[in-house]
Write a protein of this length. Structure first.
Length: 115
């Protein structure tokens, strides 16, 4: 069953379909070390959707290293999709720090919110 808190479901800004190889590191809720090569399928100025072999829990903090640029930053799990047919989980991550040029993509400035 997927979990989708309201904030992730609403598109606050543009996203780009982009496969970026990443290293995913952290601690699972059970206390075991998590270290895995994974990749994104969608990136944005505030986070990404990562495809990983491990199902994580909402709120879990992880560190991602972009294997193209070797930049590293911290993220929090904010959304969990269903297990895909290829055996990978789609995990929505929100950055805990400004991403600046982390993905190597220039996103347009966020436009004024519509009322």
């Amino acid at each position: 069953m997927s979990e989708a808190p309201g904030s992730y479901g609403r598109r606050r800004n543009g996203r780009v379909l982009m496969r970026v190889p990443v290293e995913l590191r952290g601690i699972t809720p059970e206390g075991s070390a998590l270290e895995e090569s994974a990749h994104t399928s969608v990136v944005g100025p505030l986070g990404a959707m990562v495809r990983t072999s491990r199902q994580l829990q909402i709120g879990t903090e992880v560190v991602l290293t972009n294997r193209f640029s070797q930049q590293t930053t911290r993220f929090r799990v904010v959304w969990i999709g269903e297990l895909q047919i290829d055996g990978l989980w789609e995990i929505g991550l929100e950055s805990l720090a400004p991403l600046d040029d982390f993905w190597g993509v220039r996103f347009p400035p966020q436009s004024a919110q519509r009322v």
